[in-house]
Design a protein around this ligand. Structure first.
Ligand SMILES: NC(=O)c1ccc[n+]([C@@H]2O[C@H](COP(=O)([O-])OP(=O)(O)OC[C@H]3O[C@@H](n4cnc5c(N)ncnc54)[C@H](O)[C@@H]3O)[C@@H](O)[C@H]2O)c1
Length: 253
């Protein structure tokens, strides 16, 4: 019960890593507000996890971020933890989207969305006497995208967006440290979620992806959620501005 007494917002909670994080946080004793742009995924989560609060919203919209934080603080009177797991790849923007549309949308959700949610949460965390923010970077925030997996012509916005999330994490960590608010990120390798499902359905691509990791396999959402829970907990009280690899050794090669 490492998160007993803590109140947390988890974005992107309808699927994948965000969804696994909500379940892990509940196990660890936290009160959880789960949010996602996909309202029906939140309904499914609420029916499976009694006690979880849900509110739908788009993290790339300032007013939605503020409404999500307000809903949580109205309910609990405080906010201790924010996990920014909402994220997309260019594929989510659609095959017909232009290069410019793909870049604008990926940057808006992955980078601006993480910043807007943190911006909305920080006021409530200050009033709560401190807090912890965990962002979702990626190994792709450190390396170029493997050419064997490249999805289309044109530059891919995803690695740049995750590099920006790593920098956002360091900058916010430094900026907020004096107020008792820690900001860290996890940088997963390739993980089995809906984000990767369309490529892992192809056995040859799955084999390539598995072999990219020294562990010989992709990760699970639960393996990432375990590290998020640690970084959000008081056990990580001296970890700040850090980007933790959770990648089966991918980045160590
Ligand atoms: N799966 C991987 O291999 C992997 C690897 C490294 C990093 N990540 C990062 O982890 C995070 C979670 O990814 P995942 O694999 O769980 O993906 P996922 O697609 O399974 O879940 C992402 C969730 O975010 C939600 N979402 C999308 N746009 C949103 C918006 N504008 N506002 C609110 N919610 C929105 C989606 O509805 C979805 O439920 C992302 O930031 C992703 O970039 C994933």
């Amino acid at each position: 019960m490492r998160l007993s007494g803590k109140s947390a917002i988890v974005t992107g909670a309808g699927s994948g890593i965000g969804n696994a994080t909500v379940r892990k946080f509940l196990e660890e004793g936290a009160s959880v507000f789960a949010t996602d742009i996909d309202a029906s995924a939140l309904e499914d989560l609420a029916s499976e996890c009694p006690g979880v609060e849900t509110v739908a919203g788009d993290v790339s919209r300032l007013e939605d971020g503020e409404a999500i934080v307000r809903a949580a603080t109205d309910k609990w009177g405080k906010l201790d933890i924010l996990v920014n797991s909402a994220g997309i790849t260019a594929r989510n923007v659609g095959d017909q989207a232009s290069l410019e549309e793909r870049w604008d949308k990926v940057m808006a959700v992955n980078v601006k969305g993480s910043m807007l949610m943190a911006n909305a949460a920080v006021g409530a965390m200050r009033e709560s006497g401190g807090g912890a923010i965990v962002n979702l970077s990626s190994v792709m925030g450190f390396t170029g995208y493997p050419t064997t997996l490249e999805f289309s012509d044109g530059f891919n916005p995803y690695p740049s967006s995750k590099g920006a999330v790593s920098q956002l994490t360091r900058d916010m960590g430094v900026r907020l440290a004096g107020e008792g608010i820690r900001v860290n990120a996890v940088a997963p390798g390739f993980v089995h979620t809906s984000l990767t499902a369309n490529v892992t359905q192809n056995p040859e691509i799955l084999k390539t992806l598995n072999e990219l990791h020294p562990a010989g396999r992709m990760g699970t959402a639960e393996e990432v959620a375990n590290v998020i829970a640690f970084l959000a907990s008081d056990e990580a009280s001296f970890v700040n501005g850090a980007v933790w690899m959770v990648d089966g050794g991918y980045s160590a090669q």
